[in-house]
Design a protein around this ligand. Structure first.
Ligand SMILES: [Zn+2]
Length: 406
């Protein structure tokens, strides 16, 4: 196995959270012990939560030391009132960052000495919502860090310097093109705007009728939650009368876990996350005292209706107009203040929307339908195709991220 093989593991882990991490970059990390055995593969999942490196370190320590996992779960339950059914649930949960980081520093016990990390993007150097990953890797005594792409974000760059000062060998530019492709949506959103087309289809390209599971729908609503705007064609608005909100997103439960204390009282129904249960006996003072990550409760995005008509031409009883706090813009160009936009395209609108978008996210359900399929002349380059076991979807579904070639 060479460096490219392990970097590819990190890249694939990161792509599963592409766009969901915005305004942060999607990042993956594979961790190997000193004899070259893969310990863990982690990804950054959501802004305000653990970075990929910390997720990988945490999962590795849970596997290497059963007391580490047990003590963490106990202390976490005591402090936050959140319990985990097993180590697998613990490793896949969105954990409170600074508590987890401090626990790792106090309890790693030198178990990762001589380890090697493969990270798709240079580990961050600054302490923001979460502390610096470069400092953490240096303190854990890793011997080598292999990096896909350099961080050109002035605020976060400088991680490699910290690693080198900590005596770690740093290698850059492994799978550099793929690592840059992974980070591109982040840079587009930060420097200008990131706009992608979402479409869901049957395997033969049919988009008519209800296609896609509830899980897929929840995934799409999570994506809407990170967007400033959802774009939709005027014809679709009139025909489908959509709401375009985020009601199926799972993040309500996430807010209950790590958001404000009062969210806990509201969370009386069973958590959809499945692996996490919220105790009503949470220590309220601890909940109030901790730093709640920002923007946890997803906000329904503003809506951009692509049409030559005026706003007044649309029936205002269409549900999307009734979403509180939402702005609706009708125009033939992308709104000027759109930083992150998902266009939900229909059967015939892909090419028209391709002028605004750099990427396409296509969901496929493994079924063949007897109806009109979607047509696009735009040339697409596949960047990532999900595996059959993707946690976001049912077993008969998959999705692909594509670059729209101009
Ligand atoms: Zn970081």
């Amino acid at each position: 196995m060479n460096d490219e093989f392990y970097m590819d593991l990190a890249l694939r882990a990161a792509w599963r959270y592409q766009a969901l991490t915005l305004p942060n970059p999607a990042v993956g990390c594979a961790l190997l012990d000193k004899s070259g055995r893969v310990l863990s593969i982690g990804a950054h999942k959501k802004a305000g939560f653990l970075h990929a490196e910390v997720n990988a370190v945490f999962a590795a320590l849970c596997d290497l030391d059963v007391n580490f996992a047990q003590d963490f779960a106990c202390e976490y339950a005591r402090k936050f009132g959140v319990k985990f059914q097993n180590t697998k649930a613990l490793k896949s949960a969105l954990l409170q960052p600074s508590f987890t980081y401090d626990f790792i520093l106090n309890r790693h016990g030198g178990l990762l000495g001589g380890a090697c990390a493969y990270v798709t993007l240079e580990p961050c150097a600054h302490r923001g919502k979460t502390p610096s990953c470069a400092e953490l890797l240096a303190q854990l005594g890793l011997s080598r860090v292999v990096i896909g792409a350099r961080d050109t974000n002035a605020q976060a760059a400088g991680g490699a310097e910290i690693l080198r000062r900590g005596g770690i060998e740093v290698k850059f530019d492994v799978c550099h093109t793929a690592a840059a492709e992974l980070a591109e949506p982040f840079y587009l959103a930060r420097e200008s705007s990131f706009c992608f087309i979402k479409i869901n289809a049957a395997l033969n390209g049919v988009v008519h009728g209800r296609i896609g599971s509830e899980k897929q729908r929840a995934f799409v609503h999570e994506l809407r939650g990170v967007c400033d705007y959802v774009g939709v064609g005027g014809q679709t608005v009139r025909a489908d009368r959509p709401t375009l909100d985020v009601r199926a997103a799972k993040s309500d439960e996430i807010s209950a876990l790590v958001g404000r204390a009062d969210m806990l009282a509201l969370n009386t129904r069973a958590p959809e996350l499945g692996e996490i249960s919220v105790s009503a006996r949470a220590d309220k003072s601890a909940l109030d005292a901790r730093v709640a990550p920002q923007n946890l409760k997803p906000r329904a995005p503003d809506v951009w209706i692509y049409s030559h008509r005026a706003l007044l031409d649309f029936d205002e009883s269409i549900p999307l107009f009734g979403v509180a706090g939402r702005k609706v813009e009708v125009s033939q160009s992308l709104p000027a203040d759109a930083k992150i936009t998902m266009i939900e395209a229909g059967a015939s609108s892909f090419d028209e929307f391709a002028q605004f978008a750099s990427h396409a996210l296509i969901f496929y359900s493994a079924q063949m339908r007897n109806a009109g399929n979607f047509k696009a002349n735009a040339a697409l380059q596949p960047l990532f195709i999900s595996s059959a076991s993707d946690p976001h979807l049912e077993a008969n579904e998959f999705y692909g991220w594509f670059k729209i070639l101009k």
